[in-house]
Design a protein around this ligand. Sequence first.
Ligand code: NDP
Length: 448
Amino acid sequence: MRIANDYLNGLMERVIARNPAEPEFHQAVGEVLTSLVPVVEANPAYITEGVMDCIVEPERIIKFRVPWEDEQGNIHVNRGFRVQFNSAIGPYKGGLRFHPTVYEGIVKFLGFEQIFKNSLTGLPIGGGKGGADFDPKGRSDLEVMRFCQSFMTELFKYIGPDTDVPAGDIGVGSREIGYLFGQYKRLRNEFTGVLTGKGLTYGGSLARTEATGYGLCYFADCMLRDAGRSFDGAAVAISGSGNVAIYACEKAAQFGARVVTMSDSGGFIYDKNGIDLPLVKELKEVRRQRISAYVDVHPEAEYHPGCAGVWQTPCDIALPCATQNELDLNGARALIGNGCYAVAEGANMPCTPEAVEALQAAGVLFAPAKAANAGGVATSALEMSQNSMRFYWTFEEVDEHLKTIMTDLYRNASAAAAQYGMAGNLAAGANIAGFVKVADAMLAYGIV
Ligand code: NDP
């Protein structure tokens, strides 16, 4: 990849040399630097004052061992991470991912993206991310509890309600947040909003569970309406069947869409009659089963092993909500060929750069993750506010805030794209709008 600015191109080369074998991090940085070319050319101080060099370097990376004992008495040692990437506009904020594929490069890519996403929400939160190469799948509640307690026994030294406020991500849902929060509270002997996504009985916010999926649909709805389209009557393909996918499915259906696919890492289901969401919730949130069990109840639906095929399904709108790089050039071509007119990213970086380029070139409306899935972290920040105030808002109040935030975010990304001569390119607009606020704060601090 060559970036059309000599300084940024050299910076990209240095990022690759200093962070070898971390392709996801390179991809995330490359994508942002590419869209910032007109911004640094209009504002050279971002280069001369060192902002560009600082923003690609985490303020701090914490890496630690997590020993724990399974039910058979075997000892396991996993690796935990927290990347505190940028605190220019507020305490580090970003989720924890528990998945066997987690390594430093994944956490850095996610932490880097989080800086701009959090800035875009308009709320005072910096960027961070963490996780471990632990796989909760197939583990008992006791084993997950032991792992979470061991993980927090190290992490608690580095976080706090005004320092760093983790949340969930892949493999970290309400069960894990409960164990993590309980251990933090025990170690610190304090009850503060140090984690978000908490249960409603101990400081959680109404609508946080729904927020990323709902926010994705609110954002996509703004984009569709501006183009004279809507969810109403549209066929929607969704990948994933976790937190983001389930609540994207719920809101899309409320907007009048027919969601026809959902998936997990084993394969996908196609239900031309529209996904039976209560069944998916039961399978995934209660029974923790595979999505293939869907066809036991709905034999008229189809189950296909393997995930990539989900994008071969004819649809009007695609919402990739599973994981990074799940929608590649082949998937993009299939979507274009089948007449899909909008793609909105629910997962972080689910589309490869080649897929994004092909979709944009074909005139498919494209909502980038940084903006489109920011509803989760925005509502986490609302949870922090409620915790500080020792007060709760109703579901409707939080949902109303979420709608306003997603609408503003859409407008800001659109306006930034237009200001720098890239009207309609929401991916560039989101990067620019998110960057400028953080970069200006960094300029104000001098060299720190
Ligand atoms: P969950 O763990 O709840 O669900 C993840 C879903 O994606 C599961 O269906 C899972 O299948 C599937 N999946 C995970 N890894 C893979 C893979 N390698 N290949 C195929 N399918 C896979 O996670 P979330 O819904 O919370 O997160 C999904 C995405 O959204 C992530 O990219 C996350 O970073 C992003 N995100 C989440 C936010 C949130 O609030 N939760 C906020 C913003 C972004 P299986 O169960 O088989 O592993």
